[in-house]
Design a binder for this molecule. Structure first.
Ligand code: SF4
Length: 68
């Protein structure tokens, strides 16, 4: 069981984390940050997140923290 926290102000909506997560736990929100980007969001399914940090490793903005 894991959990991720995405810094919405660092996110530029590149979707690399969305593509990378093997369990499809991240989605692109309709919300827009102050830079004008749609932000990636964790869907809240902590019981399915394995905490492998693949999403965080792929993030070019270093916007994702993983807790497990
Ligand atoms: S830590 Fe792994 S399982 Fe959890 S959201 Fe990131 S890529 Fe998906």
């Amino acid at each position: 069981m894991g959990r991720i926290v995405i810094d919405r102000e660092r996110c530029n909506g590149c979707e690399l984390c969305i593509i990378t997560c093997p369990y499809k736990l991240i989605y692109l929100s309709r919300e827009i940050n102050t830079k004008g980007y749609h932000v990636a969001c964790f869907n809240g399914e902590e019981e399915r997140c394995v905490g492998d940090a693949m999403c965080a490793e792929m993030c070019p903005q270093v916007a994702i923290k993983v807790y497990r």
